[in-house]
Design a protein around this ligand. Structure first.
Ligand code: CP
Length: 306
């Protein structure tokens, strides 16, 4: 039985196969509409979510399966002190696969170690968000044709943004990927990613503060919001929250084929005037996320047709 805790739990070839399957599902959804008949996914969300939870639930429904779960710790027996490990043992008697989001880093991993069913990390604290990474990789491959020879700009809260940490970890396995890390000094990439992932693997990158300086070189610009919920005090958040606002003026500096991605939710970091720019791909990205989650569910459940 396999789980998904980190994007590195699957090889590049396995992720390619998953993306190939996602393309087939996207092109012929009817063919896959009953492959999970009789199966259930449990979405155990101890932290708020719109996209990830609903994307998993829609993915399972699209495959013919059913959904159970909770959308906040407050509506679960976590409020009575039940551990994540006990919860997954219980839920494993009801469902065939589970997606867990938790504010504590490593909580889905703890669950996976005792789980009778495959567990997917749907985001753990400031650590990892591997299905967002699969979404991002699938989006980049779909829009750019392949994942190679790209300059990727990562902009905003690189310190607390778990999607950025997961995406960098995954992208270094592809050929000739360069990074431009765009953040204020206080929100720089943590050293465990910069040194242990980028430096150790001799990946080309530079750190800059001004988005205007970086944007002309980029093939993909990955914007992120400042992660309010991870700040220790409101004052620091307020000082940082509008540090970057991508607007039409800045987009004029970008290449015609540079795509803007964002894991969403957006706060102020992308002006709504950008939404109609053909290079704004963040809402298409959400849709790619649903198809790749369908492919992931099929893969983890070893459903025929993978
Ligand atoms: N991208 C993402 O994780 O969004 P949600 O928090 O809405 O799930």
């Amino acid at each position: 039985m396999r789980h998904l805790m980190s994007p590195l739990d699957f090889s590049v070839d396995e992720i390619e196969s998953m993306m190939d399957l996602a393309v087939k599902i996207k092109n012929d959804p009817e063919k896959y509409a009953h492959v999970c008949d009789g199966k259930k996914i449990a979405t155990l969300f101890y932290e708020p979510s719109t996209r990830t939870r609903l994307s998993f639930e829609t993915a399972m429904l699209n495959l013919g399966g059913k959904v159970i779960g909770f959308s906040s710790a407050a509506s679960s027996s976590a409020t009575k002190g039940e551990s994540v490990a006990d919860t997954i043992r219980v839920v494993g008697t009801f469902a065939d696969i589970a997606a867990i989001r938790h504010p504590k880093e490593g909580a889905p991993l703890v669950a996976s170690r005792v789980s009778p069913i495959p567990v997917i990390n749907a985001g753990d604290g400031g650590h990892q968000h591997p299905t967002q990474t699969l979404t991002d990789l699938f989006t980049i491959r779909s829009l750019k044709g392949s994942i190679r020879d790209l300059t990727i700009g990562l902009c905003g809260d690189l310190k607390f943004g778990r999607t950025v940490h997961s995406l960098i970890t995954a992208l270094i396995r592809y050929p000739n990927i360069r990074f431009v890390l765009i953040s204020p000094e206080e929100l720089r990439l943590p050293s465990y990613i910069r040194e242990d992932v980028l430096d150790r693997n001799h990946i080309e990158y530079r750190e800059v503060t001004r988005l205007e300086e970086a944007i002309p070189d980029l093939d993909v610009l990955y914007m992120t919001r400042v992660q309010k919920e991870r700040f220790f005090n409101e004052e620091d958040y307020v000082r940082m929250k509008d540090f970057y606002i991508l607007d039409s003026e800045k987009m004029q500096l970008a290449k015609d084929d540079m795509y803007v991605l964002h894991p969403l939710p957006r706060v102020n970091e992308i002006a709504v005037e950008i939404d109609d720019d053909p290079r704004a791909a963040y809402f298409r990205q959400v849709r790619y996320g649903m198809f790749i989650r369908e492919a992931l569910i099929m893969t983890l459940l070893e459903v025929k047709g993978c």
